[in-house]
Design a protein around this ligand. Structure first.
Ligand code: DWN
Length: 414
């Protein structure tokens, strides 16, 4: 059994195993399929610090490389979200001449754009060369590397300390979390802020979002677990706010101990989690039982559609979809293809299940009768974009928070 990556003191107690799974973003090129890498996807909870985390991990270099599949800028709604996030940071540093903002895991520069436009000195750090090239093409200042205690020291030497270090959907991906936090402590100014957001384990549990669990998501944070992690590095959690993206995230603001007065929201989130039993073993045992029910009902819904002679496809070849597709044992016989706007995914096969990925134009030219919304976190945007589909009788099938057809003219996930 693995020892907790966060507190290092207790063995993780596994609560949900998906079995042998491929890497979620390892799309297969049918022209040169190669050998796929599989690992045991299981998630557990630390009985001491309550951190929820993967029990077995894939090496970073296998996941984050020069052919990373995910480009952040594919969603218009996420572009708006990051413009607002950057605006908030710019507001915080507006009174500091020469302020410096570092973004860890900047991907294609979806958030950095706003700093460039506002004339704020910035640096994006990301290990994936292909997404970084897109950021560089947009005139952004970037550096190709993981963010570690060593690379943070190099950044500090080259650029000076950072007033704000930001990260979105990144910190939960980093197994060597202590190296990242050491780097933050090394690079931040005395009054600097470390602001990051990640999928909230409370939302994952409440919404039965089992497909948020995959190789890249090493940690499933709560306010309590981040509070403990921060304290271990002399940092203090000074604010927590909910963000309505990716199925529900929390944004955490950390500062050096005693440098910023904590918002009352911190205590509110900690109390709410304690009262709801978010850290308790029973919460996750119940979640695991619900996961099996969702798997069975999704298989039944797709098989039922086929039995009625209806053709089923998918929408959004998300990293998340790898978990639900492979957990359900689906393949091209059940889901004919998955539409996705990302050019690098189109023409490829999904990891493990080998379902073809096609452009949205194919979905429009050859519409299925039913579409499984694998990008359920982009429901409103996709249903609006493809409103013709329901209008001509197509049905959207979701599995979050449970398996059901989405009624026309309604979108439950923002
Ligand atoms: O943490 C992570 C999140 C933020 O991004 C990474 N580990 C990997 C990735 O996860 P994901 O692939 O599950 O993220 P999304 O944002 O749910 O992926 C959406 C997918 O759907 C993309 O492949 C793009 C596609 N899409 C589309 O085809 N049409 C998205 C929209 C909004 C659309 O209109």
């Amino acid at each position: 059994m693995a020892v907790c990556l966060a507190c290092g003191r207790h063995q993780i107690e596994p609560f949900l195993s998906f079995g042998r799974m491929p890497m979620a973003d390892a799309f297969v090129d049918p022209a040169s399929p190669g050998e796929e890498f599989f690992f045991n996807l299981a998630v557990g909870r630390c009985p001491g610090c309550t951190m929820v985390q993967l029990c077995e991990r894939v090496p970073d270099a296998r996941m984050f490389h020069d052919a990373y599949a995910y480009f952040s800028s594919t969603s218009a709604r996420m572009r708006d979200h990051f413009a607002r996030f950057a605006g908030e940071i710019i507001g915080r540093v507006a009174d500091r001449a020469g302020a410096f903002v570092v973004e860890i895991g900047c991907n294609d520069g979806i958030m950095l754009d706003a700093f460039r436009d506002a004339g704020v000195r910035h640096l994006g750090v990301d290990p994936a060369g292909n997404v970084l090239a897109a950021a560089r093409d947009r005139g952004l200042t970037v550096r190709q590397s993981f963010f570690t205690r060593d690379s943070a020291a190099d950044i500090a030497a080259a650029h000076g300390p950072a007033d704000v270090i930001a990260a979105a959907n990144v910190v939960c991906h980093v197994a060597d979390i202590h190296s990242l936090f050491d780097g933050v402590v090394r690079l931040l100014t005395a009054d600097g802020l470390f602001i990051f957001e990640d999928p909230y384990v409370g939302a994952i549990v409440a919404q039965n979002a089992i497909d948020q669990i995959y190789d890249e998501h090493v940690f499933y944070f709560s306010a309590a677990s981040v509070h403990g992690l921060a304290a271990a590095h002399g940092l203090e959690l000074v604010d927590v706010t909910a963000q309505p993206v990716h199925g529900g995230e929390l944004r955490y603001v950390l500062a050096r101990g005693g440098r910023h007065a904590p918002s009352p929201r911190v205590e509110e989130w900690l109390s709410r989690e304690a009262e709801s039993g978010l850290g308790a073993a029973g919460t996750y045992a119940a979640f695991a039982r619900r996961a099996a029910g969702i798997r069975d009902r999704l298989i039944a819904a797709i098989d039922g559609a086929a039995a009625r002679g209806r053709r089923v496809a998918g929408y959004g070849a998300t990293a998340k979809s790898s978990t639900i597709i492979n957990y359900c044992g689906l393949g091209p016989a059940q889901v004919a293809f998955i539409a996705d706007v990302t050019p690098g995914k189109q023409g490829k096969l999904t990891p493990g299940a080998h379902i073809p990925v096609r452009p949205p134009e194919y979905f429009r030219a050859s519409p299925p009768d039913e579409a499984v919304l694998f990008a359920w976190n982009h429901e409103r945007e996709i249903l609006a974009k493809e409103s013709w589909f329901a209008a001509r009788g197509g049905r959207w099938l979701t599995y979050v928070p449970d398996v059901r057809y989405i009624p026309p003219d309604s979108a439950s996930h923002a």
